[in-house]
Structure formats: structure tokens, C-alpha cells
Design a binder for this molecule. Structure first.
Ligand code: HEC
Length: 188
């Protein structure tokens, strides 16, 4: 329902701004990436539900959700050509100015999602203790202050093979938020 309302909103904005597309048509490049983003949001909801115990753990669906994020984040780098930025899309024109940073965020997301996907392979029967974050150890205190990670080209170099999947998932959500904060127009 929400997406129907959003689509109608986009159509109205497109009509007002009179884009290169005929009235009532959304740029397919924009429509495509917006549906990729929605698919990632659904997948993130699934993983979050599993970690919170609201959904039963099932290795196949956990992996499928991680794979959706992995595939869409890898594809993201080419989904924002310069002529598709700005209204009526929520993608900021700044993406064109900071291509490297944008791509680094997308690649970082891809490697985190890959780590989650691999964690599912190692846990066919249930969430293992190794997948859980250990609270209060100070070992994993977020991407900015990890004792183990080292900064390189603005993105953390983490040893994902040793990181609990739950922590990776927190970094996934941080990654979505960081990119949106800089490159996505705030939603009304
Ligand atoms: C590298 C940057 C970047 C990353 C990483 C990123 N996004 Fe986005 N996202 C955007 C931009 C830019 C838009 C606006 C797209 C547009 O309107 O054309 C957007 C839009 C969205 C939307 C709205 C789609 C719509 O229907 O208009 C959702 C939902 C979303 N992102 C979810 C996510 C989730 C969940 C993640 C992490 C798993 C994520 N995004 C990661 C840049 C990013």
C-alpha cells in the first residue's frame, strides 16, 4: 500500500517537473534502483526478524536475504548515471561528485552481505553462538572505533571471517544509513 502511494507521489512529481519522460512515466533506471532498494529493505527486515527471534531461523532464508543484499549492492554502482540524479528521484546530484565514496559504500555493503551469506553456510541448523555479538567485550564497538579494524580509503578493513554475523548485520544497517545520509534526499 505504502509503495502504491509512493509511486503515485513520484508520478505526480514527474508530471510537475516535466522530465524527459512522457507524463505518467517514471525513468526505468530510477524505478529499477528504487525497487532494488526496496528488495534490500525487505531482506534486511527478514534478517533483523531472525536475530530478534521474531522469525524462525532457517539457513536457506537467511542466506537468500543476505544474497539479495549482496547482489543489489554490487549492482548499485552502475545504477546511478549522472542524468538520472536529482528530482524526481531522491538520489542527490552529489553522487556524481563523490563517485569513489559512493562506490566504496556499495562495495563495503557487498562484502558485509557476502559475510552474512557465508555465515549461513556454516550454520545449517540454527543461529550459532559464534554468530552472536558478545555484548560489553569492547572488541566490536562499531565501525568507527573497532580495536581490530584499520581504516583504508575511508572504509574499514575488517576481518569478516572472525566477525560475528550479528555484528556484520549491524554494520550493514549502518552502511545503508551512511549512504542515505549523504546521497539521498530526505523524505518528506
Ligand atoms: C551507496 C549508497 C546507498 C546504499 C549503500 C544504500 N542505499 Fe538505499 N538509497 C540510496 C539512494 C541514493 C536512494 C534514492 C534512490 C532514488 O530515489 O532514485 C535510496 C533509496 C532507498 C529506498 C527508497 C526506495 C524507493 O522506493 O524510493 C529504500 C527503502 C532504501 N534505499 C533502502 C536501503 C537499504 C535497506 C540499504 C542497505 C541494505 C540501502 N538502501 C543501502 C543509496 C544507498
Amino acid at each position: 500500500m505504502r509503495s502504491v502511494i509512493a509511486s503515485v507521489g513520484i508520478l505526480l512529481v514527474a508530471a510537475v517537473y516535466g522530465t524527459a519522460f512522457s507524463e505518467g512515466m517514471v525513468d526505468p533506471v530510477v524505478a529499477n534502483r528504487q525497487s532494488s532498494m526496496k528488495a534490500m529493505a525487505e531482506a534486511a527486515k527478514t534478517i533483523s526478524g531472525i536475530f530478534d527471534g521474531k522469525l524462525d531461523y532457517d539457513a536457506a532464508s537467511f542466506k537468500a536475504a543476505a544474497e539479495i543484499i549482496r547482489q543489489h549492492s554490487g549492482a548499485m554502482i552502475n545504477q546511478f548515471p549522472a542524468d538520472s540524479l536529482g528530482a524526481p528521484s531522491a538520489a542527490k546530484v552529489e553522487i556524481e561528485l563523490y563517485r569513489d565514496e559512493f562506490a566504496a559504500l556499495a562495495r563495503h555493503l557487498e562484502s558485509l552481505a557476502n559475510g552474512l551469506s557465508t555465515a549461513a553456510d556454516a550454520a545449517p541448523n540454527g543461529i550459532t553462538a559464534a554468530m552472536r555479538m558478545v555484548p560489553g567485550t569492547g572488541t566490536w564497538t562499531g565501525s568507527g572505533s573497532s580495536l581490530i579494524g584499520k581504516r583504508s580509503a575511508g572504509v574499514m578493513k575488517e576481518d569478516l571471517s572472525k566477525m560475528p554475523a550479528e555484528h556484520m548485520f549491524h554494520l550493514v544497517l549502518q552502511n545503508c544509513t551512511s549512504c542515505h545520509a549523504k546521497f539521498r534526499e530526505r523524505q518528506q
